[in-house]
Design a protein around this ligand. Structure first.
Ligand code: AMP
Ligand code: MG
Length: 487
């Protein structure tokens, strides 16, 4: 276990120089205080969890002090936002404080979000509010606990600093961690500004640090692109299988590592709705739940365009063609598991589609349906779930197919079935209304609810006695919350 001043830094991105990032110091928050910290994320840095409660922790991550070895930098990038190219973006309110190695030799970027203005702030104030910082913290750690690759969050620091959004709110900072903060938009920036030398330096950097095994391949850059395509297909399959809607899949929010990145008006589905749009400024539904699949490919093709100086167009196209089949195979595999199936049959895709259509028509809770499907034998479970459906004849027809399919799958006890299904079907997910309750309490100075919710979501598959209220469908007020995009 380390104390805060014992972290080891090796700031490899900062060393790439001023063409890639700009030195900027964090702008401190007034009266910084710990809102919540993640022990699991602390462990990634070998930090003793007790240090989170010390005043120096809030001062560090509230922008007051810095390690001597930290080199805070704002990164430059660009990206396609809602389909249109924005030539210059960058860390407008976040700073890469430095890169830390843990005892296992893993390397983590420490990125402080809400740290004040930078050369890339454009019209923004460089701040993040408590509300959005709590949402990012909870989502990062909850996704990780579900087994969905994501950036991590070490802590949220609250403050008295006033910040104006639709109304006056309080500023906060969230300390985000990832093995890299490089986005698709980094490559696009150097491609569209016609800086081939810097682009090559960036590509070498990503290849050496994050895809070293691709060096062994005849065409290392092509192998790296292929790996990025594969990781994105797997990631988006997980989002779709678990009902996660990102909301702002701009290419500047897509990680080069294929992890969930940059949280805004995201949501987990309550009722299943393929057309769900969580971002209320997304009037055309570009980033609706079901569109995440083709948008994943669109984003990869934007990255491919930026890689044309290194890889032939034919090879890029061929590799892009892997995305959809890979996505489908991954998605179907996850859905089979969610349905308790251990074997594969040709018609399984249809079985899933029919179920989702029925759930859509009846507004069935996506998470609880699968959890309850595993509570008992297939026959008993479908008999109990039947009441949730409006189209009873439709559900009965599906239930017959499902029971027959389960029978063909193999012989196992109810207990085996429950164990297997509960291990992949969470009981607790980050519903918007749960986040909202925690935020409302935190805004009035009570951080206990954020901390409790974080605890519950860190073990989403196990039943937690006394926590039944976190495993409920939303109350009426919590069903269609409009999550502000101004974060
Ligand atoms: P986002 O929609 O959060 O992914 O941000 C898009 C771009 O706007 C990024 O370059 C951000 O750094 C920048 N940005 C977002 N909010 C702010 C803010 N409050 N101040 C400065 N820049 C911001
Ligand atoms: Mg962003």
């Amino acid at each position: 276990m380390k104390a805060l001043d014992e972290l080891t830094f090796d700031n490899r991105f900062a060393r790439l120089g001023d063409a890639f990032s700009t030195h900027v110091l964090p702008e401190p928050l007034d009266a910084p205080r710990l809102v919540v910290a993640s022990n699991a994320a602390m462990a990634l840095l070998d930090l003793d969890p007790a240090v989170a409660e010390t005043p120096v922790f809030a001062e560090l991550f509230g922008g007051h002090t810095l390690w001597a070895e930290a080199e805070p930098r704002a990164m430059v990038y660009s990206g396609h936002q809602f389909g249109g190219y924005t030539p210059q973006l960058g860390d407008g309110r976040g700073l890469l404080l430095g890169e830390v190695y843990n005892e296992a030799g893993e390397h983590w970027d420490l990125h402080l979000k809400g740290a004040g203005m930078t050369p890339y702030s454009r019209m923004g104030d460089g701040r993040a509010v408590l509300r959005s910082s709590i949402r990012e913290f909870l989502a990062s750690e909850a996704l990780h606990a579900l087994g969905i690759p994501s950036s991590r969050a070490l802590c949220v620091i609250g403050s008295d600093t006033p910040v104006w959004r639709e109304k006056q709110e309080r500023g906060a900072m969230v300390l985000r961690m990832a093995p890299s903060h490089i986005r698709f938009g980094h490559f696009e920036y150097f491609y569209y500004t016609k800086k081939p030398e810097q682009q090559a330096i960036l590509a070498e950097h990503v290849l050496n640090l994050h895809y070293p095994e691709c060096r062994e391949q005849p065409e290392p850059y092509l192998a790296m692109f292929r790996e990025i395509v594969e990781r994105n297909a797997e990631l988006i399959a997980k989002w779709q299988a678990y009902g996660f809607c990102h909301g702002v899949m701009n290419t500047d929010n897509m990680s080069i590592l294929g992890i969930t990145f940059d949280f805004g008006p995201f949501a987990f589905l309550d009722d299943f709705d393929a057309h769900f749009i969580c971002n209320h400024s997304d009037h055309e539904g570009r980033y609706s739940f079901s569109n995440q699949v083709p948008i994943g490919q669109w984003n990869l093709s934007a990255l491919a365009q930026a890689l044309t100086p290194f890889i032939s167009v034919d090879a890029l196209k061929e590799t892009l063609g892997l995305y959809l089949p890979l996505y489908q195979a991954n998605y179907l595999d996850l859905m089979r598991r969610r349905m308790g199936l251990t074997t594969a049959e040709d018609d399984d895709q249809k079985l899933v589609e029919r179920l989702l259509q029925l759930m859509q028509n009846s507004g069935v809770d996506y998470t609880l349906f699968f959890r309850r499907l595993g509570d008992e034998s297939a026959a008993l479970a479908v008999a109990r779930l039947r009441d949730d459906f409006v189209d009873l004849a439709g559900f009965d027809a599906w239930a017959e197919l499902y029971k027959a399919r389960v029978a063909r799958d193999g012989e196992y006890s109810e207990e085996q079935r429950r164990k297997r299904m509960h291990a992949v079907n969470p009981l607790y997910i980050l519903r918007n209304y749960l986040a909202q309750n925690a935020i409302t309490a935190a805004e009035s100075g009570d951080y206990s609810e954020v901390r409790r919710l974080h605890e519950v979501l860190s073990k989403p598959f196990g039943e937690q006695p006394g926590m039944e209220q976190y495993a409920q469908r939303p109350p009426d007020w919590g069903k269609h919350l409009e999550i502000s995009c101004s974060s």
